[in-house]
Design a protein around this ligand. Structure first.
Ligand code: NAD
Length: 332
């Protein structure tokens, strides 16, 4: 257990939809203190804890946490400079876009090169992006970094639930993730929406990345604000395969995103079908409450896995771990 009375000093990279929600999730916590934030134009490090409201104001009104006073710094190499100046950070949540599909891996390589040791947590979505993290496993181990991958909602919370549900069965036949996301406006989660568009027929990561905001809006106008997604390339498949639960082709992920209404268009759930030792075929279903937002279901698990990662780190366990192989710890 984490020793009482010494909160874990946490940083959040990316201060968009998820990054700001992450800061809000941490605000009432006793066991973690947010001491560092960065966005594309700047960063802020405050060893005693950042002033969240000042950061949100600076980001929303001036475009970067680098404008927040006191302590904000404007920089075009915000992550690099933050890593160098914020030696006291024990763990980071990477709430960054993965555009291009190699971006997150390049950030992780920056951490490896810097000599920093601690815990990193991502909420990566694509299988091919997670494969890049797995190839960095040896380097992360040598660097003394404990890397928790796929720790959002899907992959993340739902993948872990599937790993748990699988225990009732002797053989797993299918894992089916169906998500419903409702957000009031797409601009609050630009990277999430662009990355979702990249899964639609006729689009890929480079084309979605290159779309202007006006082009995204024009597409959403045509679909009445809805994105219907099927057979997505989601790393839940790789994570469940690595955990020895089923092969990746037995896992499917799809869902609906409503970008004009915070109400979920359908209830997010994961269904795990298998055969018990007695020969019965059955399905476990784990359904998230409709009132829980995407941000709640991503940021809660991300910090739960960060806390679990700190425990692994302190035991000398470094390298890459997925959300399907480690239990998240509840952060008080
Ligand atoms: P966003 O577009 O709202 O915000 C991105 C933030 O990253 C911005 O603050 C931006 O300034 C910052 N940023 C961009 N480039 C940077 C750089 N080079 N250096 C420093 N900061 C930089 O993003 P979002 O909608 O909050 O999504 C973040 C990520 O979370 C996406 O990759 C998305 O796919 C992922 N996500 C995962 C899940 C899941 O369940 N696993 C769910 C939702 C979102």
């Amino acid at each position: 257990m984490h020793s009482q009375g010494t909160p874990i000093r946490v940083g959040v990279l990316g201060f968009g939809g998820l990054g700001q929600a992450a800061a809000q999730v941490l605000a009432p916590k006793q066991e973690m203190t947010l001491v560092a934030v960065a966005d594309k134009q700047g960063y802020l490090y405050a060893p005693a804890g950042i002033d969240r409201k000042a950061c949100v104001r600076a980001y929303q009104e001036q475009g970067s946490v680098g404008y927040a006073e006191p302590g904000g710094t404007l920089s075009q190499q915000s992550i690099q400079e933050l890593i160098e100046s914020a030696a006291g950070v024990e763990g980071y949540f990477l709430a960054l876009p993965n555009l291009p599909n190699t971006f997150m891996a390049s950030v992780v390589e920056q951490f490896i090169r810097s000599g920093w040791q601690g815990v990193l947590v991502d909420a990566l979505k694509r299988t091919s992006a997670m494969e890049q993290m797995l190839t960095l496993g040896d380097d992360l181990r040598k660097a003394g970094i404990t890397y928790m991958t796929g720790c959002g909602a899907t992959p993340g919370l739902l993948t872990a639930a599937a790993a748990l549900a699988a225990q009732s069965y002797a053989e797993i036949h299918q894992v089916k993730v169906t998500f419903g996301v409702g957000i009031a406006n797409w601009e609050a989660y630009r990277a999430t929406i662009r990355e979702d568009i990249a899964h639609m027929p006729g689009y890929n990561v480079p084309t979605a990345q290159q779309m202007s905001d006006a082009e995204v809006e024009a597409l959403l106008d045509q679909t009445n604000g809805l994105l219907h997604l099927e057979n997505m390339e989601h790393a839940d498949d790789l994570m469940l395969e690595l955990a020895g639960i089923c092969s990746r082709d037995q896992v499917t992920v799809g869902g609906i995103v409503d970008t004009r209404n915070p109400k979920k268009p359908l209830s997010t759930n994961v269904q795990v079908t298998g055969r018990t030792f007695e020969g019965k075929i059955s399905t476990h279903t784990f359904t998230l409450g409709d009132e829980t937002s995407m941000a709640a279901n991503v940021c809660g698990p991300a910090f739960g896995y960060l806390k679990a990662g700190v425990q692994l780190q302190r035991r000398g366990q470094h390298g890459v771990f997925t959300a399907a192989e480690v239990m998240p710890q509840f952060v008080r």
